[in-house]
Ligand binder design. Structure first.
Ligand SMILES: Cc1cn([C@H]2C[C@H](O)[C@@H](COP(=O)(O)OP(=O)(O)OP(=O)(O)O)O2)c(=O)[nH]c1=O
Length: 202
């Protein structure tokens, strides 16, 4: 099962996880990461408002130079007690994040914006993730690796730090960075993709 498109598809992301997830569709796509800095979270009243703005900014920026294309931008954040945890900038910050997340339930929100010409669609998935209590030695060993530093909340559910996760409620792929099943539904409903060989434009 493979999808096709009448449009060039552009993924506005440097994230290898997002590239891999979009690859599930089998549709050809180009990767053009956005280069603009993400806005300051403190400008926003809610975590959801922030993550939606980040996804929209990425897609809109890349759409300016890819006018014919369907451009997909996405952003993922971790939220604990209203605090937004982005990618940690230091070992200390990674340790602080993981100590806060230990034994608790947090929310991962991934927002997606799709821009094609003048039309734009946006949606998000919110996922509840519960961590086991993390022994300090685990945190110390983990933050000594490269793994936490390109991931919101300082962990990756798809890597060794998936061992920290006791339970998840919601879309696993949204935690990894792209809710690909939901995105497929939206792209098909908008007529941006269709199933190859089915003769049906769903
Ligand atoms: C919580 C969590 C996040 N992540 C990743 C997904 C995102 O790549 C990253 C959050 O940073 P983002 O700013 O959403 O994305 P990015 O900088 O990696 O890529 P781009 O802006 O070019 O699209 O955290 C995981 O890989 N696994 C996880 O379990």
């Amino acid at each position: 099962m493979k999808f096709k498109s009448d449009f060039p598809i552009v993924l506005a992301s440097q994230s290898p996880r997002r590239q891999e997830l979009l690859g599930m569709l089998g549709v050809d796509f180009l990767v053009v990461p956005s280069t603009k800095d993400e806005p300051d979270p403190f400008q926003f009243q809610t975590a959801l408002g922030y993550v939606l703005a980040c996804a929209a900014q990425k897609a809109q920026e890349v759409a300016q130079t890819h006018k014919e294309a369907v451009v997909i931008g996405s952003d993922t954040i971790v939220v604990l007690d209203g605090e937004i945890l982005l990618k940690p900038k230091s070992k200390e910050q990674a340790k602080d994040y993981l100590q806060k997340l230990s034994g608790r339930t947090h929310e991962v929100i991934t927002a997606v914006t799709v821009v094609q010409g003048d039309s734009e669609l946006t949606f998000h998935e919110a996922v509840q993730v519960t961590f086991y209590e993390l022994p300090e030695a685990w945190i110390d060993l983990y933050i000594g690796t490269d793994d936490p530093y390109d991931k919101a909340g300082a962990y990756g559910i798809q890597t060794v730090s998936g061992l920290f996760v006791k339970e998840i409620q919601g879309d696993y792929n949204a935690v990894v960075g792209l809710p690909i099943a939901g995105l497929t539904q939206k792209l098909a409903a908008a007529g941006f993709i269709f199933l190859e060989g089915s003769g049906v434009r769903c």
